[in-house]
Design a protein around this ligand. Structure first.
Ligand SMILES: [Cu+2]
Length: 346
């Protein structure tokens, strides 16, 4: 090969490869998007029948949903993000899949270039190496193309970021989540101000009921489905983090502060999460169980709580002091039996 030949060859190779990648990327990204959306759509389509048979009888009173309603939980051997059940989760997991494709294609492209150089320009095949040091066209290409890729990634990333921190609308249902060592409290200030104390269900009991041990709780955080929820988090002792992977939701619970995020759940079901900030000896034993119910069943649940009110009832009773559920006694007793020392070592 003569001096000056290889840059042209290389340029042609790079151009052809980029054209091929451009052709590949567009349909695959669209395919990935479809895949991400398909399960949710199927589940939604299948929903009404199950909802009618299983959950409607409970509308009059309140029955906790059974294991057949579990939708968000880790699976053995799982390596991908959990299926998503919120609008933000759908967008974010779609972006995640798209980015994995971009990363994969770039890695393969660089690997292919590397292998090509190693084979084609080894000493045996190319005894007189070219002395070329600059090629303006290639330099412009390998500067511009990465810039365009990064801009292409930045646009959906930034819009996702702003969507995630959108303020909840005025009519959103407020739930104040308080992290305690080591259990959760769920306050409903718009519905009479009662607080539900949520401790991990003992393993034997959970297994007997067919519910996931270490994730199930005695009292779930019950919320209405398809309704904007204003989730506010705080903590009573140390920093905790309220995280539910299948709802694409994670926010720190910090003592003395109130963090807030909007959450909307697409489908009725049970969604599990865990405290995700190392908070002491029993950090691994303060799971989160979110139970999303159709609006009428959720209202029935609210009315079954001490001081629970719905809509105008809440305004009428706003002046009255709100009673607080006293299930916390058990957890407080746990605190006393020697775990204070552990808390101090955090
Ligand atoms: Cu915690």
């Amino acid at each position: 090969m003569r001096f000056g030949d290889w840059p042209q060859g290389a340029t042609r190779f790079v151009m052809i490869l980029w054209a091929a990648i451009a052709l590949l990327v567009a349909p695959q990204a669209a395919f990935a998007q479809d895949q991400a959306e398909a399960p949710a759509a199927e589940a939604a389509a299948a929903e009404p029948a199950t909802a009618a048979s299983d959950a409607t009888p409970a509308a009059a009173g309140y029955e906790p949903l059974g294991p057949e309603w579990i939708k968000g939980q880790p699976t053995p051997g799982g390596w991908d993000v959990q299926p998503q059940f919120s609008p933000i989760g759908d967008t974010a997991s779609g972006l995640h899949v798209g980015l994995m494709w971009v990363m994969g294609i770039i890695c393969l492209f660089v690997l292919a270039l590397l292998l090509w150089v190693i084979v084609r320009y080894r000493r045996g095949a190319n005894p007189t190496p070219s002395k070329t040091t600059h090629n303006t066209f290639i330099e412009v290409v390998w500067t511009l193309v990465p810039v365009l890729i990064l801009v292409g990634i930045a646009i959906p990333s930034i819009s996702l970021l702003t969507d995630q921190y959108q303020s909840p609308p005025k009519d959103a249902v407020t739930i104040k989540v308080t992290g305690y060592q080591w259990y959760w409290g769920y306050g409903y200030p718009d519905n009479g101000g009662f607080e539900v104390i949520s401790n991990m269900m003992p393993e034997d009991e959970a297994k007997a009921k067919g519910l996931p041990a270490l994730l199930e709780v005695d009292n779930r955080m019950v919320v209405p489905v398809d309704t904007p929820l204003r989730i506010q988090t705080t903590a009573a002792d140390v920093i905790h983090s309220f995280a539910v992977p299948s709802l694409w939701f994670k926010i720190d619970a910090v003592p003395g502060r109130l963090n807030e995020r909007l959450l909307t759940i697409d489908e009725p079901g049970i969604y599990y999460g865990q405290c995700s900030e190392l908070c002491g000896a029993r950090h691994g034993y303060m799971p989160i169980a979110v139970e999303a119910l159709p609006r009428d069943q959720w209202e029935a649940w609210v009315r079954s709580q001490p001081g629970g009110t719905v809509g105008d009832e809440a305004e009428a009773e706003a002046a009255a002091p709100a009673p607080v559920a006293d299930e916390g006694g058990e957890a407080t007793a746990e605190d006393a039996d020697g775990t204070d020392a552990a808390a101090e070592t955090n």
